[in-house]
Design a protein. Sequence first.
Length: 228
Amino acid sequence: MDYVIIDQPDRTAFYVAAIAICASAAIVATARGRRRGVYVLKPLTTLLILLLAWYHSPLLPVPVTLVIAGLVFSLAGDVFLMLPNDRFVAGLVAFLIAHLLYIGAFTDGWAVPRATGWVIVPFLVYAAVLLWILLPHVPRALKAAVIVYAAALLVMAWQAAERGAAGLSSGVLAALGGVLFVISDSALALDRFRRPFPGAQPLVLATYWAAQTLIALSIGGGITYRRL
């Protein structure tokens, strides 16, 4: 089946604005302890990012499908982490799968030249420092899970950075998204396991949704197709 490109208005700004408004409202609801608002706005924000990703590439080639699947698991992780009962492990598993899917998209989906080996160095250093700070405070039963998750997170960010270092505009968006994801999850882990700190929740949520939005924006060009 052949396809032709058809013109359509660019609705990217609309989606990004809707995501920003919904994310801001979710952060405010979280800060004020409005649980009903959190239950609605938190998953809705991630769902809007998922719709943005689909809008950018409606034919769903393999890398886009992987990113959208990653957003679906991220949505599941959002739900697990906001439930009143502690579902931290379930949330960790959901986000681990999301990172593995993003790694698949960034490594196999686009044929781009790999940058030199220096790109991985800051991620290795950061992972070593973070785990050195964090692991003494992590319960023994969770240490292995945290190490595996941290490895997947850093590999995802590294592969996103490889795309940015290759000089692609979409790669720059992916690289920024990967770095923001690392910041978000690092803040979440430090606040949960080491010591709670003021402003942790707004920082975690703002960087998380910014990361997901940038990853969604990195996977397509807002093109609509029609079957011949």
